[in-house]
Design a protein around this ligand. Structure first.
Ligand code: KG4
Ligand code: ZN
Length: 327
């Protein structure tokens, strides 16, 4: 069974071909045009998706020497996200499914992030119920994955997401958008002998629920950056950027880790899953990995870093499991 999946919900255009649950070919185009605007402009993103989607589709078909009439199922992201962008992938998938008279499966963006742990992994490795921390630019949630098709959102961010806050702090340090990966790389340069002026930000853990809040520490970090700019005559030294990146990332990852630990304790989940763009963060992986070593339950991360950020392989795997439901 061949499944062709399309992703265009934000700034990545992606086409993936799966044979059953195995990804066999994927082509993704990331729009760098949004660096100039330090954020995604929906209309620009939609135009760029329209420019690239057919080229990517042709590349995938040629690479696997397959024709559109060989495809058994089409799939695309249905929601949520940027409506003009979503429309491109949805229109292409729906048109192809109509022309070739093949089923079309709509997939929710957040659900395919969760199912990203099933790429290249046996489904039995997820022992339900699982707690899933899904942290990205657009969302920041804790889910209880009760059974394969039953997911409940338990806690979420009341303001910014972790990724969004890192992007905004990075932007104040003139890092290109999205800044999460650069913040991670700067933080990895931290040397305690040299970088001694690490700013401390409060670990904000709301008392009335396990919800998240990042906007307060984001503002504190931006104030620290502006202060250092004033002290350095409108400039930041490399050491400043390393110290701020390290201090900020340490706080964000501490909040995410502590929440995941609390969520596991409250729900008594039997598996931990960490997904979304921020799940690529090296410090977060280390902290959650350290917690996991002390408990006797599986920790599942996307098998490859390429399954952390948005792409069509994840839509494909979610759609595959939807198809299996009907078998
Ligand atoms: O899941 P994703 O690709 O898109 C959304 O659904 O939003 O996540 C993108 C987010 C961005 O905020 C980006 O800065 C962040 O993930 N990100 C990272 C890292 N790589 C990407 N944040 C922290 N550390 C990273 N290594
Ligand atoms: Zn996403």
């Amino acid at each position: 069974m061949y499944l062709l999946a399309f992703e265009s919900s934000c700034d990545d255009t992606s086409v993936a071909l799966l044979q059953d649950e195995a990804l066999i070919c994927m082509r993704t185009h990331t729009q760098l045009e949004h660096i100039a605007t330090a954020g995604v402009v929906p209309e620009t993103a939609a135009r760029l998706h329209a420019n690239h989607i057919f080229g990517l589709l042709e590349d995938v078909l040629k690479a696997w020497k397959i024709e559109l009439h060989d495809i058994d199922i089409f799939a695309a992201t249905s929601e949520p996200w940027l409506i003009p962008s979503l429309l491109i992938g949805k229109t292409v998938a729906k048109t192809l499914s109509k022309i070739h008279n093949k089923p079309l499966i709509w997939v929710n963006h957040i659900e395919w992030h969760i199912f990203s742990v099933l790429l290249e992994r046996a489904r039995e490795e997820v022992i339900f119920p699982a707690i899933v921390l899904s942290a990205s630019g657009g969302h920041n949630d804790l889910f209880l994955w009760k059974s394969l098709y039953e997911i409940e959102k338990l806690w979420w961010t009341i303001d910014d997401s972790a990724g969004e806050s890192m992007d905004k702090v990075g932007r104040s340090m003139w890092l290109p958008f999205p800044a999460g990966r650069d913040v991670d790389q700067l933080a990895q340069k931290h040397n305690p002998e040299i970088h001694t002026n690490i700013p401390e930000f409060p670990i904000v853990l709301l008392a009335d629920s396990l919800n998240f809040s990042f906007s307060g520490i984001k503002s504190a970090a931006i104030r620290e950056i502006e202060l250092r700019k004033i002290q350095n005559e409108s400039w930041l030294t490399e050491n400043d950027t390393i110290e701020i990146a390290y201090g900020y990332q340490n706080t964000v990852t501490e909040i995410l880790t502590q929440r995941m630990i609390q969520a596991q304790r409250v729900t008594k989940a039997k598996t931990l899953c960490l997904v979304g763009g921020v799940s690529a963060n090296s410090m977060l992986r280390t902290k959650i990995g350290d917690f996991w070593k002390k408990i006797d339950i599986p920790l599942l991360l996307p098998k490859s870093l390429k399954y952390c950020g948005d792409n069509a392989a994840m839509i494909g795997i979610r759609a595959y499991w939807e198809y299996k439901k009907t078998q």
